[in-house]
Write a protein that binds this ligand. Structure first.
Ligand SMILES: Cc1cc2nc3c(=O)[nH]c(=O)nc-3n(C[C@H](O)[C@H](O)[C@H](O)COP(=O)(O)O)c2cc1C
Length: 383
């Protein structure tokens, strides 16, 4: 079965192989599948009692070594209503991995092979940056995370080298770009330099991270109309061809979302990613909160931005924040998202995440009203 041939499509040969794996009913393959599931469960439990940053870097290494292709449960067939075309590529479904998981693009190939339709690597800065002191990543209650990484990354040159081999006609690779500078000129110079350098790269789109809560930009309000106007002037001057998106936070005022959306459309930006982690929370740790608690604000922000884009249907809306299961993802689509990015759900549910998301979204495709969808029934308890 190929990507376009029927109502139910499979995303890749590897997924197809995994699919076949389950289709075989011999007791040997059933034992193997159960063994893998048990091993995956054990690894998740271990990962969740380790130091969070250490377990994240081990997970990236394991992905790089191909462990996921052995342990990952099969992806179910994907309903054709989930298919969409973005940035010139036809994707089997709209679920993507958000920025910050694979900052230096060391594992985007295995992540694509797991079935994610898009991976956003980065955020990167022009030069390597160590970020904030450790500890800077914590799991907190309600399936949430707080991080205060502060844009640690290996820099532009390393990233360009890492993404050079990317070549896939049904998967997207986005690059998230940020700055740690504290004056308007220096921030714009960073953006300009990095975006210039990525024009001849394999990136399908570039996202400007205007919403990292873990860096101070001095006196520059990076979402102020003044700064955004300067950014627009730079963009007009440059004539960049790789689609450029802006990543903005959850919980702005509605009128600010509307103003940013209109400005972005008028100035030829390709779309918005709404939103990012939030510094507003009552936890003892300082940093940006992600996961379940972001859901309501992110859904509201999406709805406002979708209203503001009116008939500009080519202006892409990517929803990010608190999408913890496939039903929630489907609701985001219904509220206007063209693609849905996840991060924290993947940390908590590991290799089960995508198969669970796809199953739930397949079910949702058969429902008439998204309001009748169950809430969070597929979350597995790993604690
Ligand atoms: C540990 C961690 C690191 C992150 N790093 C970045 C980053 O470098 N750039 C960025 O744009 N977003 C970053 N994010 C934000 C995510 O891309 C995403 O927008 C946010 O976590 C909300 O989605 P979620 O609730 O599904 O996790 C990071 C999030 C986490 C949890």
């Amino acid at each position: 079965m190929t990507l376009h041939s029927s109502v139910l499509t499979l995303p890749s040969r590897r997924a197809h192989d995994r699919q076949r794996d389950v289709g075989v009913t011999s007791s040997r393959s059933l034992t193997l599948t159960k063994g893998r599931s048990w091993l995956h469960h054990l690894i998740l439990r271990c990962a969740h009692v380790m130091d969070a940053e250490r377990s994240h870097s081990l997970a990236l290494q394991a992905l790089g070594l191909g462990v996921a292709s052995f342990l990952a449960p099969p992806l179910p067939p994907i309903h054709s209503r989930l298919r969409r075309t973005l940035f010139g590529k036809t994707l089997a479904h709209p679920i993507a991995l958000a920025a910050g998981f694979d900052k230096d693009a060391v594992a985007y190939q295995p992540l694509h092979a797991l079935g994610f339709s898009a991976i956003e690597v980065g955020s990167i800065t022009p030069q390597p940056h160590a970020g904030n002191p450790r500890p800077r990543l914590w799991r907190v209650k309600d399936k949430a995370i707080i991080n205060s990484y502060g844009l640690n990354n290996k820099g532009l040159t390393a990233l360009k080298r890492a993404i050079a081999p990317f070549k896939h006609s049904h998967r997207l690779l986005g690059v998230s770009v940020a700055s740690i500078k504290s004056t308007t000129d220096a921030i714009l110079e960073d953006f300009s330099h990095t975006i210039d350098a990525l024009q001849e790269s394999t990136a399908d789109y570039i996202a400007l991270n205007l919403s990292c809560p873990n860096v101070s930009h001095g006196n520059v309000a990076i979402l102020s109309p003044q700064f955004l106007q300067q950014l627009c002037r730079l963009k007009h001057h440059k004539h960049w061809t790789v689609p450029l998106l802006l990543k903005i936070p959850c919980a702005l005022e509605d009128k600010t979302y509307t103003a940013i959306t209109q400005l972005a459309i008028k100035n030829g930006f390709a779309g918005l990613i709404v939103g990012n982690t939030s510094p507003q929370h009552n936890h003892a740790h300082k940093g940006g909160l992600s996961g379940t608690p972001l859901g309501t604000a992110a859904e509201h922000a999406l709805a406002v931005v979708h209203r503001a884009r009116k008939n500009s249907k080519n202006f892409v809306l990517i929803s990010s924040g608190g999408v913890m299961d496939g039903f929630a993802a489907y609701r985001r689509l219904h509220k206007g998202a063209d693609m849905v990015q996840i991060y924290t759900a993947f940390i908590y549910d590991g290799l089960n995440t995508l198969p669970d998301f796809i199953s739930a979204m397949n079910q949702a495709c058969h429902k008439k009203t998204p309001s009748s969808l169950p809430k969070r029934t597929l979350i597995r308890n790993v604690a």
